[in-house]
Design a binder for this molecule. Structure first.
Ligand code: NI
Length: 194
């Protein structure tokens, strides 16, 4: 296989306190900046340091992966097309995407937006939509409704709950007769990700 090595720098994920930035091993005299988390310990770079139980560590971890050359070229084209500044940033987004999918699979609390386009002349549809939202009242955070034209409505429902419950709620609404199209987007509450 034709492999190419690339380097990724990821934010760290154990509790830390940033105490200074330097390009050498001598630490800045300016202690204390933001608190944060480390993700791993596969390597160390010498740009920013943190104090963990009295010892200095890096906030970024540099790691390497091997990829098939053609796969990497394809990835680089996607990175350029989407306007990422670097491979690292694109890979960080993929890891975050995986993390959200994992939150959903493991039943953690997520937030989501359910977008619906429907025909409000469809008999009983408006009542069904409202009844479902009342049933999930603790999970529906907000609803925005736009009258697109004489018949059609756009509704965006913002929900928060465990992935499975949110998915069931969305499936129920999307399957109602008169709903023409819709999509659920689930994302992180932001607490677990840097
Ligand atoms: Ni309407």
């Amino acid at each position: 296989m034709d492999n190419t090595n690339i380097q990724i720098v990821t934010p760290a994920r154990i509790p830390y306190q940033l105490v200074g930035r330097t390009t050498s091993d001598s630490l800045s005299d300016n202690p204390v900046v933001p608190q944060g988390h480390f993700t791993g310990s596969m390597g160390v770079i010498s740009r920013s340091y943190v104090r963990v139980k009295g010892e200095f560590m890096s906030t970024l971890i540099r790691t390497g992966i091997s990829l098939d050359r053609e796969l990497l070229a394809r990835f680089d084209r996607a990175v350029a097309r989407k306007g990422y500044g670097s491979r690292s940033e694109a890979i960080r987004d993929l890891v975050r995407e995986h993390s959200v999918a994992s939150d959903v699979a493991q039943g953690r609390v997520i937030v989501g937006t359910l977008t619906l386009v429907y025909d409000h002349h469809q008999p009983k549809l408006s009542e069904h939509l409202i009844a479902a939202q009342h049933h999930y009242h603790g999970k529906v955070l907000a609803v925005t409704h736009v009258h697109l034209d004489h018949r059609n409505c756009l509704e965006v429902i913002i929900v928060k709950g465990r992935g499975k419950e949110v998915q069931q709620f969305a499936d129920h609404l999307l399957s109602l007769r008169g709903v023409k199209h819709g999509k659920l987007v689930m994302t992180t509450t932001g607490k677990q990700l840097k």
